[in-house]
Write a protein that binds this ligand. Structure first.
Ligand SMILES: [Zn+2]
Length: 105
């Protein structure tokens, strides 16, 4: 699956081993444009990890230069918002950002 961040298409892959060097839940490779997520994790951890890696991708694309701790905090904060406001997040953001008044893109 491809995930677009700005003009960059990242290849999203759920894999058995994210990194041979260290134990990791996920990683983003900016050169290869690949986001790898450990497929053995539960659904919620996969979602949070994917969000975390996407924040890294946005950080890189926009040259924000976030610290790892800031990426973690943003990931946790956004996950919290999505979980606690599931129905409203769709209505207030996803629907408004992806469809026009007639209901199509
Ligand atoms: Zn990170």
């Amino acid at each position: 699956m491809k995930i677009k961040v700005g003009h960059i298409d990242y290849d999203y892959r759920e894999v058995e081993c994210v990194s041979k060097e260290e134990l990791r839940r996920g990683e983003v490779n900016f050169l290869k444009r690949v986001i790898k997520i450990d497929y053995t994790m539960d659904k919620e951890t996969k979602a949070e990890t994917t969000l975390h890696e996407l924040i890294h991708a946005i950080d890189d694309f926009m040259s924000i230069e976030l610290e790892e701790e800031q990426v973690k905090q943003l990931g946790c904060g956004l996950s919290m918002l999505f979980k606690d406001n599931e129905d409203k997040m769709k209505e207030l953001f996803l629907d408004r950002l992806t469809t026009n008044d007639k209901g199509y893109k």
